[in-house]
Design a binder for this molecule. Structure first.
Ligand SMILES: [Cu+2]
Length: 323
């Protein structure tokens, strides 16, 4: 028996050490939020985990205790009751507690889900800034319509300013994710999704594509940098003076499958984002390109809706909740 206990305690120590050492390093970014949305999501994760632990921990402990205590060995003195079959008290405990916990989980999850609804603008004294995000075959294109600049695989915005990301894809469906600012949001061809995020403080955050899209999907990481408003304005000014403009031809080249370094552009073709959305609006096949000749009649109407911005696609969001 002493050897068994030693082994068990050694295993427990190892597991505990691994958990403690991982601390706030990369794998736990979601537990180190830098914005209000991510903070609420972390709270929900922690509350749900604790509530589940109320059931899981006693069950796991009792599994080992019972297996040990009632194991088959000569002279086992544990009580043997082969005729025992029912206990109202025990039934009440092991049905009652889980039912109550599932009820609490349901209420909390609904509340948090409504509070962090991605298409809902964030409350702030400052005006919301728009950034349009397009996932391409293995790179991210970010367009800043208010500043009229564009970047590839690099994102910068002022801290404390609410950002409305408008997301679409000109490639297979992907998923835009800055873990420390909030949950991921899908990018889908033929539609524009909305995601409101805010960074509490300046900092550099890890961003990625969280959806597998083929060979170089692992290289679709980007830096999302929150700076002061002054630094952001200076950065925009520098791009305006130093970087080349993004032309339609340039975009076509950029959209071809392949990887690229960070890039910046002093301007981009007007309406490029809506054009990308409309390119697939009639098919809605998430990446299957359709030639314009095959567009069905509804396409023109759809185009008008999309011209007014991303708002026209709210009704699609519900249909795509399952993605
Ligand atoms: Cu979709």
């Amino acid at each position: 028996m002493p050897t068994a206990w030693k082994r068990l305690s050694a295993l427990l120590t190892l597991v505990l050490t691994m958990v403690l050492l991982s601390g706030c390093s990369d794998p736990l970014m979601v537990l180190d939020p830098k914005g209000p949305i991510a903070a609420q999501q972390r709270d929900l994760i922690l509350i749900s985990s604790l509530l589940c632990a109320v059931i899981l921990v006693p069950v796991l402990i009792m599994t080992f205790v019972i297996a040990w205590r009632y194991r088959d060995k000569p002279g086992n003195k544990s009580k043997y009751t082969p005729k025992w079959e029912h206990s109202t008290k025990l039934e009440a405990i092991w049905w009652g507690i889980p039912i109550v916990i599932i009820g609490i989980l349901a209420v909390i999850t609904v509340q948090y889900t409504h509070a962090t609804e991605p298409s809902k603008p964030l409350e702030s004294e400052k005006e919301t800034m728009v950034i349009q995000v397009t996932s391409l075959d293995w790179k991210w294109l970010f367009q800043y319509p208010e500043q009229d600049i564009a970047t590839v695989n690099y994102l910068q915005f002022p801290a404390d300013v609410p950002i409305r990301f408008e997301l679409t894809s000109d490639a297979p469906m992907n998923s835009f994710w800055i873990p420390q600012l909030g949950g991921q949001m899908y990018t889908m061809s033929g539609m524009a999704m909305k995601l409101h995020l805010l960074a509490d403080e300046p900092g550099s955050f890890f961003g990625s594509g969280a959806n597998f899209t083929g060979r170089d999907f692992g290289k679709m990481n980007f830096e999302a940098k929150a700076t002061t408003q002054e630094e952001f304005d200076a950065w925009v000014k520098q791009i305006k003076s130093d970087s080349p403009p993004l032309t339609l031809d340039g975009y076509e080249k950029l959209a071809e499958p392949g990887v690229t370094q960070e890039q910046s552009f002093s301007s981009f073709p007007e309406g490029l984002f809506n054009k990308t959305v409309n390119k697939y609006a009639s098919s809605h096949h998430h990446g299957e390109k359709e030639s314009s000749a095959q567009e069905p009649e509804g396409a023109d109407k759809k185009a008008e809706e999309t011209d007014s911005g991303a708002g026209g696609h709210d009704s699609h969001d519900e249909n795509h909740a399952g993605h």
